[in-house]
Design a protein around this ligand. Structure first.
Ligand code: THU
Length: 142
């Protein structure tokens, strides 16, 4: 798949892409050998990043998006205003089902979710496109 942009045309997106591509290098993925980096922007504009961390007990491994969200919460951020996932090759890597729900907790239906490869951004989606008719905090009256 052809990259639609390196993000260079948009400073904000370029910074997210650079953070995700960089943290992807630190992934611990000895079992799948599929490294993923994720970077998100919070409500004050700060960027938080995470990578996948696999485990010899396979189901215990965590996705890059989970790491980025944990980093945001630990730093005091509370809302995701954009998130970018950088996969390992030409294939389009979008957040897995569980990570779509993780993002849903902190994002709005129109929050952009960018799918990138090492060469740049491949596609952009909204959260509502990837997780329609979703369950969230408001459902519980939060
Ligand atoms: N993975 C992520 O970190 N994020 C995604 O969006 C898709 C999948 C990881 C989980 C596992 O470590 C590896 O990629 C292969 O599934």
């Amino acid at each position: 798949m052809q990259a639609v942009g390196s993000g260079q045309e948009d400073d904000g997106l370029a910074a997210l892409f650079a953070a995700a591509r960089s943290v992807r290098e630190r992934a611990h993925a000895p079992y799948s050998r599929f490294r993923v980096g994720a970077a998100l922007r919070d409500e004050v504009g700060a960027i938080h990043a995470g990578c996948n961390v696999e485990n010899a007990a396979y189901p215990v491994g965590t996705c890059a998006e989970a790491g980025a969200i944990a980093a945001m919460i630990a730093a005091g951020g509370r809302r995701v205003t954009a998130i970018l996932v950088c996969g390992d090759g030409a294939a389009l890597v979008t957040p897995c089902g569980a990570c779509r729900q993780r993002i849903r907790e902190f994002a709005a239906p129109d929050t952009p979710i960018y799918a990138a490869g090492p060469e740049g951004v491949l596609r952009s989606f909204t959260l509502a496109e990837l997780l329609p008719e979703s369950f969230g905090p408001e459902t519980l009256g939060e």
